[in-house]
Design a protein around this ligand. Structure first.
Ligand SMILES: Cc1ncc(COP(=O)(O)O)c(C=O)c1O
Length: 382
């Protein structure tokens, strides 16, 4: 049986994308790699909605590498307002603390998002120069309204940093239009490439004021290498994950062919079908409906871990819950990367069966039926 990976990262990719990363003896100065790197850097700007005033970075690493590196944009002595809707929002706390940066934190309960009123009040009452938010909080499936937050934040802070690890490529980022300073991501999430590359898009003007606390995690040291890669030349600073970038190059080529809007719409459709399907089956979605994200659906169940175990035997790997307040009480469906309508329908049919076998009260077949209807209606413009 072929296994489907509907985890929240590494996520569903395709054989074609994986094979693109397997090529004979490609070094970091090989023309094939340099072409792929240039194209991927340009693709990164495209999916972020950036213009010429932004600079793309692809580093060896992961989402956390991107988080720690983008932190070098935050000047010492400045203060950050951190908005966190879960585990990955909370991850900024030890990172900023390790670099001696000051912050205040606004947090939301699992399934909720920090409210606009609280953000506005905090920004008005404090002296903040930076704001950090997570677009899609992977631990709960909650999508933050980045447009709304950016609009408020622009009036008060100089820098807005967005964690787009679970969103870039499947949600609208529009960083130039929204005045966002930097967005970070990773190859293995919404983009659907294998793990190994940390991705950052940062405003060129923000790069003039870098906090030099580190060597590798210092964006300043990566500017010249990336400028060179953008010219199609070797920009070595540290060995890039060659195979991952060959795969990423193919992902960006697919996105250019499909069009970013169409790709985002596809993820929105799949998300609606999965979320409504889960509810029709009699299970409960953790996130409030208006916060449902395009890439992660968190499902409440007292049998969550057993459902994940049984689903694995049925051929689909989902993710267990990681929010400390709800451990063992929910699981997560990743609908990132290369997932399609029929993967979503399979996911619901596996969940219904695994949930029933685990003793959960589910309406067998109802989730699949609802999702099929949503997908059919939305594909036929009704
Ligand atoms: C929103 C978000 N930010 C950051 C990270 C950390 O990324 P990584 O595990 O690639 O270091 C994750 C990982 O799941 C994430 O979902």
């Amino acid at each position: 049986m072929q296994k489907k990976l509907m985890h929240v990262g590494p996520s569903f990719t395709s054989y074609r994308i994986q094979m693109a990363g397997v090529s004979e003896n490609t070094g970091f100065a090989s023309p094939d790699f340099l072409d792929a790197m240039k194209y991927s850097l340009e693709g990164l700007l495209y999916v972020a909605g950036a213009d010429d005033s932004y600079m793309p970075f692809i580093l060896p690493g992961s989402g956390t590498v991107a988080m720690e590196t983008v932190t070098s944009l935050i000047p010492r002595g400045s203060k950050t307002l951190l908005l966190t809707n879960g585990v990955f929002g909370d991850r900024w706390i030890p990172i900023l603390t390790a670099h001696g940066l000051q912050m205040d934190v606004l947090s939301a309960d699992p399934g909720h998002a920090v409210s606009m009123a609280d953000i506005e009040e905090k920004l008005e009452g404090g002296d903040y120069q930076n704001l950090i938010m997570t677009h899609v909080e992977t631990s709960t499936g909650v999508r933050m309204d980045i447009e709304g937050v950016s609009k408020i934040a622009r009036k008060h802070v100089e820098r807005i940093i967005v964690d787009g690890v679970a969103s870039l490529g499947a949600e609208r980022e529009d960083i130039a239009r929204l005045g966002i300073t930097a967005i970070i991501s990773a190859s293995q999430k919404a983009l659907g490439a294998p793990p190994g590359a940390a991705l950052i898009v940062a405003s060129r003007s923000a790069l003039e004021d870098i906090n030099e606390f580190s060597y590798f995690f210092n964006l300043k040291n990566w500017i010249t290498p990336m400028e060179r890669y953008l010219e199609g030349k070797n920009g070595y600073l540290s060995t890039e994950p060659v195979g991952v970038i060959l795969s990423l190059n193919r992902v960006f080529s697919d996105i250019r062919t499909t069009g970013l809007e169409a790709r985002i719409d596809d993820h929105r459709r799949l998300s609606l079908a999965l979320n409504e399907g889960i509810e029709a089956a009699g299970l409960k979605v953790l996130a409030e409906r208006d916060l449902w994200s395009n890439t992660v659906t968190a499902v409440l169940s007292d049998h969550a871990d057993e459902i994940v175990r049984r689903s694995m035997d049925l051929g689909i790997e989902f993710a267990t819950g990681v929010h400390p307040k709800l451990l063992g009480k929910y699981f997560r469906i990743g609908h990132m990367g290369y997932v399609n309508d029929f993967d979503a329908l399979s996911a619901l049919s596996v969940i219904e069966r695994a949930a029933a076998q685990s003793g959960e009260k589910v309406r067998i077949g109802e989730g699949v039926r609802r999702a099929q209807q949503v997908l059919y209606d939305l594909s036929h413009g009704r």
